[in-house]
Design a protein around this ligand. Structure first.
Ligand SMILES: NC(=O)c1ccc[n+]([C@@H]2O[C@H](COP(=O)([O-])OP(=O)(O)OC[C@H]3O[C@@H](n4cnc5c(N)ncnc54)[C@H](OP(=O)(O)O)[C@@H]3O)[C@@H](O)[C@H]2O)c1
Length: 308
């Protein structure tokens, strides 16, 4: 069980996940929180990471710093998605080890799993088949992070762990259409179509792929729970255990935003993986479950977008 007196370094504390973890820690009574922006401490630079962590000497590190993006960004900049992420996590692991950090939580992503993994995807599906090619560079970096955590556990007895969240959304998300994930991109598209009185909105693909969406505040609660009770080699999935088609998601978002025009599908554009649903039985057995329903979560996320 983590003590609220623990000094916690949240790497990436200004990002969507890091800021949610920070809020959750504050709500749980943690007062000794540390975070640096990438301008203050560039984690791709080994010396900067080492100096910062060795001088702060945290008890706990949450690795929520990463280069993150949607399909387009991943497909356009595979070199940066591979090398920046490898550097950030390797530097943080080395620095946390040098500073004798007892608990570290590494955050990966569900894209580590093979493109045609069984559904829902159990943790054991890792490295059982080829990856989705559009984000394989990012996925390989994250898989290296999982193996890194396991290696520090095996070689040095570190009580470090890895969690693999499903698609996330919520406050702090990016609504830039060049880099946004599907849910915030839909919020923006429908909002702008509604303001412009556009008769229709054309979306990529067929609308038939199925995806799972977890509110980032639910993920943050899961991170605290895992740091309290989880201490195993294997990475652990964090999801809702339920999915929707992209067409159903679009209808939900249009409803929340109040867009009443038509939705058209450009089937010439790629759909991506047909289904991606995580098997969440292991984290459910630890007594964690999400609290924020999809419609409610989209509503509050839309409010943060509208009022930003
Ligand atoms: N978003 C999702 O749907 C999703 C889903 C599953 C898993 N995850 C995982 O959650 C983690 C965080 O994702 P996110 O959505 O919160 O991303 P995000 O909003 O883009 O935030 C990324 C954070 O990383 C920091 N960062 C990036 N490069 C850095 C560098 N060179 N040095 C120091 N800090 C750096 C950024 O700091 P500055 O702001 O100071 O530049 C930012 O705070 C990632 O590991 C990701 O794989 C995300």
């Amino acid at each position: 069980m983590l003590s609220p007196d623990a000094r916690v370094y949240v790497a990436g504390h200004r990002g969507m996940v890091g800021s949610a973890v920070w809020r959750a820690l504050e709500s749980a009574g943690f007062t000794d929180l540390i975070g640096w922006s990438s301008a203050e401490v560039d984690l791709t630079d080994r010396d900067s990471a080492m100096d910062a962590v060795l001088s702060a000497r945290p008890d706990v590190v949450v690795v929520a710093a990463a280069k993150v993006g949607g399909i387009m960004a991943n497909a356009t900049y595979p070199v940066e998605f591979l090398t920046d992420n490898l550097r950030i996590q390797t530097n943080l692991f080395e620095a946390a080890h040098a500073a004798d950090v007892d608990r570290l939580l590494f955050l990966g992503s569900s894209c580590i799993y093979p493109r045609m993994a069984p559904q829902p995807i159990p943790e054991s599906a890792l490295l059982t088949g080829p990856l989705e090619s559009t984000n394989d560079a990012y996925a390989i970096a994250k898989i290296a992070g999982i193996i890194g955590v396991q290696s520090y556990r095996r070689e040095y007895g570190r009580r470090w762990i890895s969690a693999m969240p499903t698609n996330l959304y919520g406050p702090g998300d990016t609504f830039d259409l060049e880099t946004a994930h599907v849910l915030p991109a839909l919020i923006r598209r429908f909002h702008e179509a509604s303001l412009a009185g556009a008769p229709s909105v054309t979306l990529w693909g067929t609308g038939s792929p199925r995806r799972e969406f977890l509110h980032v505040d639910d993920l943050a609660a899961a991170c605290l729970r895992l740091l309290d009770v989880y201490d195993e080699d294997e990475h652990i999935n964090v999801g809702v255990g339920d999915d929707v088609t992209i067409a159903e998601l679009a209808a939900l978002v249009a409803d929340v935003v109040g867009y009443s025009g038509e939705v058209e599908w450009d089937a010439a554009k790629p759909d991506g993986t047909p289904r991606k649903l995580l098997d969440v039985s292991r984290i459910s057995a630890l007594g964690w479950e999400p609290q924020i329903g999809l419609a409610e979560g989209i509503g509050s996320t839309y409010e943060t977008y509208r009022t930003a």
